[in-house]
Structure formats: C-alpha cells, structure tokens
Design a protein. Structure first.
Length: 120
C-alpha cells in the first residue's frame, strides 16, 4: 500500500504545484488556474506521501480527498444551477477539470472501508 500512496500522493502534489504555477503564469489551458484547488491538491498529496512512513495517514488522505471530491461535486451542481437560472450557457469543461483529480480518491475510499474494521 505504500507504493500506491507514493504514486497517488506524488500525482496529487505535482498537480497541486502545477495548478498554483498555472494560477500565477497561466501557461496552459489543460489545467485550471485555481489557487485554492491547487493548495487542496498539494495538501492531500503531502498527507498521502506521509503515509509512506506512517500508514495511518492513508486514512486521512482518503478522507480529505473524499471531502474535497464532495465539495467539487456540489460546486459543479451549483454552477450548473446558476447557469440555468441566469439563462446563460454552462461552462462545464472548466468544472470537470476541477473535478477530475479528485476522482483518484475513489480507490482509496474503498481501501479504507475494507480495512476500517481491522483497525483498533
């Protein structure tokens, strides 16, 4: 499980750093220029990288990433609802770019549910 948390933590941390840099420099359209999402990705990535040494942190990383996934799903729906109410076209591509990294959390959530009963 340490290899998985290293891989996933590295992806989250790199994506977070790239989003923060993209917010400052705006070098690509593939990543959103959102500093808050970048910091959230970076924090979850660092928590998952900490799970290399202490395996309990993998539960914290799974919970954090699942919470942020839920927040970005709510953001997706509220933005769509706001566009419908205002009668404007919905910018769904930007919202899906914000949501995509958090979908990596789903395998971690299943891991923590599987072993939750075995923890003291």
């Amino acid at each position: 499980m340490r290899a998985y948390s290293t891989y996933l933590g590295g992806i989250y941390a790199v994506l977070g750093i790239l989003e923060i840099i993209n917010w400052q420099k705006n070098f690509t359209q593939l990543l959103p220029a959102n500093i808050f999402s970048g910091f959230a990705l970076l924090i979850v990535g660092l928590v998952l990288l900490k799970a290399i040494y202490e395996e309990e942190f993998i539960h914290g990383g799974a919970v954090l990433s699942t919470i942020f996934l839920g927040l970005f799903i709510v953001l997706l729906f509220t933005d769509a609802l706001g566009s419908i109410i205002a009668g404007e076209p919905w910018e769904w591509a930007m919202n899906l770019k914000l949501l995509a990294p958090w979908l990596l959390a789903l395998p971690l959530l299943s891991y923590t549910k599987k072993f939750h009963g075995s923890t003291p």
